[in-house]
Design a protein around this ligand. Structure first.
Ligand SMILES: [Mn+2]
Length: 429
């Protein structure tokens, strides 16, 4: 045994996630975690921490459980314990107290650390023993590991209450696992914990292993570290970023004497995804030219033949003024030139001379409405006759909505498409 406790801290593994039913993505999630396992074995770590969301869903299918067991098996064989706390994705539901993580714990693949609930329904941390597999605190030879789970919306109150149960770190280092985000690193409106609300935990611990937020952040002074997910979980999360954000986990050395913490961020090799804006100004609406342009732009940043996830945003103005393209035909053509497992093309083309309106004096409100709407409809590529017909339908719906014969469902919103279809089919005009 060395002078330091060496461990891996990873989070948000999301086994079982395959957005849009892309089979390869299911395998990608497993491949990412396999790299964590390999590192744990080669670096001979003392243990592995998983700070929540090991699974993507509370209800597993057989394939995901099989994948999980196959991935955990080598760690078990190497005698490397895995300590886990629950995330919002894989925690037990109110009606189902026993989760798949409990199952893995019973089968001795992992130690599941979570707060218990006392008679009053309050969250309490109990010590885990060989008799009771339940509890939030586990004492190893060298340290205490505490699982605070997913504290939910009242994180601040819950953390404060639970912090009273955390053992004193005077004797042995205390390592905390917590599945919640610090609010200043979140996009607005996502909630999360204020940094100062973590203070009672910071004071009693040496390392706070966070999970929940899929991008990396940390604060050494406050002792918290969030590695982010080890793969991109959603396709949507890719489109927001121009480049791939690094994915990975921390390899940590915690000095037994000084309690000094050294972290190394280990990158995970993940599926390449490319998000680009392609300006096709000056081209015609012919598929061939557009596809060639897309291929040229992708080749500038993607230089091998790996299967990628491709998100394209088409911008600019075509010389023939067309703004509506056959996206499916485009996707099909791109697929013959670039190896993709998933492709999305967003059409953001601008019409020629769009937005030019010449308002005359003494025009009525209705006349202005008609003119503006007609312009918008024409910009979508409808010919004059269809545009006029569609305009009448839209004006009719607007009239009915104004006088209250069409009402909007506050939950569902208004089914505009359905309404238009009804009028087109029934030829109500
Ligand atoms: Mn997650």
């Amino acid at each position: 045994m060395g002078d330091s406790i060496r461990f891996i801290h990873c989070s948000d593994i999301h086994l079982g996630a395959n957005p849009y039913g892309i089979e390869e993505r299911f395998e990608d999630m497993g491949r990412a975690f396999m790299q964590v396992v390999a590192c744990a074995i080669s670096e001979k770590v003392d243990f592995v921490l998983i700070a929540g969301d090991f699974f993507h869903q509370k209800n597993l299918n057989a394939k995901t459980l099989e994948q999980a067991v196959n991935l955990l098996e080598p760690l078990k064989d190497a005698g490397i314990p895995v300590y886990m706390t629950e995330g919002n994705h894989d925690m037990a539901t109110y009606t189902n107290i026993y989760s798949w993580l409990d199952f893995l714990c019973q089968k001795e693949y992992i130690y599941l650390l979570k707060p218990d609930t006392d008679e009053e329904g309050a969250q309490v941390l109990m010590e885990k023993s060989s008799v009771s597999k339940s509890g939030g605190i586990y004492e190893t030879d060298t340290c205490y590991i505490v699982g605070l789970g997913y504290p939910g919306a009242t994180a601040g109150i819950m953390i404060n209450k639970l912090s009273a149960f955390i053992p004193d770190n005077g004797v042995k280092p205390v390592i905390i696992m917590l599945h919640t985000g610090i609010d200043k690193f979140l996009t607005e409106g996502m909630g999360g914990l204020r940094e100062e609300e973590l203070t009672p935990v910071t004071l009693k611990s040496d390392y706070i292993a966070l999970g929940h937020i899929h991008t990396r952040y940390d604060n050494k002074d406050m002792k918290y570290y969030n590695p982010g997910s080890i793969e991109n979980v959603k396709i949507e999360s890719l489109t927001k970023n121009k480049e791939n954000r690094e994915k990975g986990f921390y390899l940590v050395d915690l000095a037994k004497g000084t309690r000094n913490v050294e972290t190394e961020f280990k990158k995970v090799d993940i599926r390449n995804s490319i998000n680009i804006e392609v300006d096709i100004t000056g081209l015609s609406s012919q598929t061939e030219g557009i596809v060639t342009k897309i291929k040229t732009e992708v080749d500038k940043i993607h230089t091998n033949n790996d299967d990628i996830i491709l998100n394209i945003k088409l911008v600019g103005t075509l010389i023939d003024g067309v703004t509506v393209l056959d996206i499916n035909a485009l996707k099909k053509e791109v697929k013959t030139l670039i190896n993709v497992i998933y492709i999305e093309i967003l059409n953001n083309l601008q019409a020629k001379n769009s937005g030019e309106l010449t308002l005359k004096e003494n025009q009525t409100r209705e006349e202005i409405d008609r003119e503006v709407l007609l312009k918008l409809i024409e910009n979508e590529g409808f010919d004059e006759k269809d545009a006029e017909k569609l305009l009448n339908i839209v004006m009719h719906i607007k009239e009915q909505a104004t006088e209250g014969s069409i009402t909007m469902d506050m939950q569902e919103g208004m089914d505009i498409k359905g309404l238009v279809e009804k009028y087109v089919e029934g030829d109500l005009l």
